[in-house]
Design a protein around this ligand. Structure first.
Ligand SMILES: C[S@@+](CC[C@H](N)C(=O)[O-])C[C@H]1O[C@@H](n2cnc3c(N)ncnc32)[C@H](O)[C@@H]1O
Length: 283
C-alpha cells in the first residue's frame, strides 16, 4: 500500500469514528466511544473549570485532552482558528475572549461534527463564528488570516503532522500564536501504534514529545514551549479510553474499540501517554 493510500485510510477511519461518536448518546468514554458531556468527569480532567462547564449548552460534548483557551491571552477583535473543532466547546470559550468584534473559525473534516458545532454555537448565542469543512493538512484558510490557532487533541490523529504545522504557520498572521493541547507518547508499544482503533482513540498516532517539538520548529515556529504536561495515571487512561461502559461486560458497539487498549494491558501504558499544552509563535 502506498503512503498516500495509507494516510487516506487513516483519515477515513478517523472521520468514521468521530462521525459515529457524536451521533451516539453522550454516555461513554472519550477516545474509544462517544464524547464526554461538558459536565462529565473527563471534562474536568481535560482542565475545564466548573464555571466554564456550567455555562455550556447541555448538548456540548468534549473529545479533548486539555483546554487550550485557558492559556491564551486572546484580545477582543482577534480571529481564532480551532483545528479539529469537534462539537465546538473551545470555539465557545474562545468566542467569549475575542468578543463580538472578533471571530472564531472552526475547521473539521467530519460533517456530523460540523453540524453539532453549528447547533451548539447557535445555542450558546454566538454570532461571530464560521465552521469550515476541510482537512488540517490543506486548510481552507487564507494566508495570514488568523491571529490565533488553537487545537485540542486533534493533531495526533494526522498521519502528516509536518504538513499540519506548515499549514498552521501559513494561515497565521506575523506574530500570531499557536496553542495546542495534544497527546504525546513515550516508548509506546508497537502493537498499539499499529492498531488503527488506538490511532482513532488519540494514542496510536501520537508521537514522542521531542518529535512533536521538532516538527513544530521545522515549520518555522519560534518560542516553542511546553507549558504544561499531564502524564496519565492508570485511572486517567481508563477514564479516557476504557471506562466501564467500554471495557466492562457491555462493551460499546462501535467497531473501532481498540483491541490493544483492553482492560488488562492498560496498566502497562502508565507513564507512556501524556497530554501537553504547547505554545509557539510565528515570528
Ligand atoms: C478527538 S476529537 C477533538 C474534538 C475537539 N477538539 C474537542 O476538544 O472536543 C478530533 C476531531 O478532529 C477532527 N479531525 C481529525 N482529523 C482531522 C483532519 N485531518 N482534518 C480536520 N479535522 C480532523 C475530527 O473530525 C474530530 O472532530
Amino acid at each position: 500500500m502506498t503512503k498516500k493510500q495509507e494516510n487516506s485510510d487513516i483519515r477515513a477511519a478517523v472521520r468514521k469514528h468521530y462521525g459515529a461518536a457524536i451521533t451516539q448518546s453522550s454516555k461513554g468514554c472519550c477516545g474509544s466511544g462517544a464524547g464526554t458531556p461538558a459536565g462529565g468527569s473527563y471534562a474536568h480532567l481535560a482542565g475545564y473549570t466548573p464555571e466554564e462547564l456550567a455555562t455550556m449548552p447541555e448538548s456540548v460534548t468534549t473529545f479533548g485532552c486539555g483546554n487550550p483557551t485557558t492559556f491564551a491571552e486572546m484580545q477582543p477583535g482577534e480571529v481564532v482558528l480551532d483545528l479539529g473543532s469537534g462539537a465546538g466547546m473551545d470555539l465557545i470559550l474562545a468566542s467569549r475572549k475575542v468578543g463580538p468584534t472578533g471571530k472564531v473559525i472552526g475547521l473539521d473534516m467530519t460533517p456530523e461534527m460540523i453540524k453539532a458545532a453549528n447547533d451548539n454555537l447557535r445555542k450558546a448565542g454566538i454570532a461571530n463564528f464560521e465552521i469550515r469543512q476541510g482537512e488540517m493538512e490543506q486548510m481552507p484558510v487564507a494566508d495570514g488570516e488568523v491571529d490565533w490557532i488553537i487545537s485540542n487533541c486533534v493533531i495526533n490523529l494526522s498521519p502528516d503532522k509536518a504538513k499540519v504545522f506548515a499549514e498552521a504557520y501559513r494561515v497565521l498572521k506575523l506574530g500570531g500564536r499557536m496553542l495546542v493541547s495534544d497527546i504525546v507518547t513515550h516508548h509506546l508499544p508497537e502493537a498499539v501504534r499499529k492498531d488503527i482503533a488506538a490511532w482513532v482513540a488519540c494514542v496510536g498516532g501520537a508521537v514522542e514529545e521531542d518529535e512533536y517539538i521538532r516538527l513544530v520548529k521545522l515549520a518555522g515556529f519560534e518560542q516553542v514551549e511546553v507549558v504544561d504536561r499531564l502524564i496519565y495515571d492508570e485511572v486517567s487512561i481508563k477514564s479516557m479510553f476504557c471506562d466501564s461502559t467500554c471495557c466492562g461486560p457491555q462493551p460499546i458497539s462501535l467497531d473501532t474499540r481498540p483491541n490493544s487498549l483492553t482492560e488488562p494491558n492498560i496498566g502497562s501504558l502508565v507513564g507512556k501517554i501524556a497530554s501537553i499544552k504547547l505554545s509557539a509563535r510565528k515570528p
